[in-house]
Design a protein around this ligand. Structure first.
Ligand SMILES: Cc1cc2nc3c(=O)[nH]c(=O)nc-3n(C[C@H](O)[C@H](O)[C@H](O)COP(=O)(O)OP(=O)(O)OC[C@H]3O[C@@H](n4cnc5c(N)ncnc54)[C@H](O)[C@@H]3O)c2cc1C
Length: 335
């Protein structure tokens, strides 16, 4: 097995995300997420799996739409035990919140440092005998008679029995697919801060699922995830690359409505990165529609850290022909 990475391990979104392992709240993805958590639990190689979720508080200042979200999730996902919180109960659960907010709590959300999982997977692959070709860009997939026969790099043609594309938003070009109808970048800006008393929960502004599914009517929603004392404040969902220095103060200003401590910061760092967002917000997995021996593992959008290990296991099974079935709703060939 060979892995080609043109820059560095965790160079893109897999090293610059918010870092929360979170239930995707989509029935089609629940099994992959649960399998992903089991894989993280056994990962090792320097990865510290949080044994318990810290909980996600979904926040809003208008109780009605938030209550509807809560009721919907309570009916569909009892495993995350949605619980309504307001007033003194909410303040006790999360003392640093702003005034007049409402929330529901979900029993999910394990914060991990953003690049830690990706680095550990790379180490594990190396230990298992994979060759990691770091700094080598794949220029194209070699195709003969409708079958993938290897990859072309600046050093020449490397033959292979099968090729799996997991190149984030750049997968569309390698798969010879039109980006908008396959997958396209959705740029996220995160601001890294250190708070004297970071929130106990992962905090998120209500409406994120509808927002992601709709492709984003607005351009950003508040979130904050804390791992190892560093909090990532997010985030934008933009089709074009933003300037993180411009976006960061806006994200902090909006965040201060939910967590007033964000309005009193003296130092912060910001970064921007593209999510690989598929045309229907679900991963694109398994055999390519037109090319035999070519496979895709991409399109994880906002939830790649929470899903991709389970997705990769499915696609590896399909490549090895062990009888693994890719759910049709997730098949790369649907695009
Ligand atoms: C701001 C932000 C916050 C996020 N927060 C979370 C979160 O809290 N939880 C969660 O689950 N998900 C989160 N995500 C989503 C998650 O980070 C992504 O879904 C996931 O990292 C995508 O992984 P990937 O491996 O598909 O793509 P990438 O991480 O983009 O990796 C693709 C890699 O391919 C390499 N590459 C590209 N082209 C080539 C080529 N031709 N040859 C060789 N190498 C190539 C790139 O250098 C890159 O390293 C967040 C994303 C962003 C941007």
């Amino acid at each position: 097995m060979r892995l080609y990475e043109r820059e560095a391990i965790a160079a893109a979104a897999s090293g610059r995300n918010s870092g929360v392992l979170q239930h995707p709240l989509d029935e089609t993805l629940t099994d992959i997420h649960e399998r992903t958590l089991t894989l993280y639990e056994g990962l090792g190689h320097g990865f510290a799996y949080p044994p318990e979720p810290s909980g996600v508080l979904v926040l809003g200042d208008d109780p009605e739409p938030l209550r509807r979200e809560h009721d919907d999730l309570a009916a569909r996902f009892p495993e995350v035990a949605p619980r309504w919180l307001e007033g003194a109960e909410l303040r006790a659960a999360e003392p640093g919140l702003g005034e007049d907010l409402y929330a529901y709590r979900l029993e999910t959300g394990r914060p991990v440092p953003p690049a830690s999982a990706t680095r550990a997977w790379a180490e594990r692959a190396r230990a298992a005998g994979a060759q990691l070709r770091i700094g080598v860009a794949v220029e194209s997939v070699a195709i003969e008679g409708g079958r993938a026969t290897g990859v072309r790099t600046p050093q020449g043609l490397d033959p292979a029995g099968a090729v799996a594309l997991a190149a984030g938003p750049w997968t569309a070009r390698l798969a010879r697919k039109v980006p908008d109808t396959f997958l396209a970048p959705t740029w996220g800006v995160n601001v890294e801060v250190r708070l004297p008393e970071p929130p106990r929960h992962v905090l998120e502004q209500g409406g994120i699922d509808a927002f992601i599914a709709a492709g984003g009517g607005a351009s950003s929603l508040f979130s904050i995830v804390t791992a190892d004392g560093v909090s990532a404040v997010g985030s934008t969902f933009l089709p074009d690359e933003p300037d993180p220095r411009v976006a960061a103060p806006l994200l902090l200003e909006r965040g201060a409505r939910f967590l007033p401590a964000l309005g009193k910061l003296e130092a912060f760092a910001a970064r921007a990165c593209p999510r690989p967002a598929s045309f229907d917000s679900r991963p694109l997995l398994g055999p390519h529609r037109d090319v035999e021996g070519l496979y895709v593992i991409s399109g994880h959008g906002a939830w790649g850290i929470s899903l991709a290990p389970g997705s990769a296991e499915l696609v590896a099974g399909a490549i090895l022909g062990d009888g693994t079935e890719i759910p049709p709703e997730l098949a790369a060939s649907r695009a």
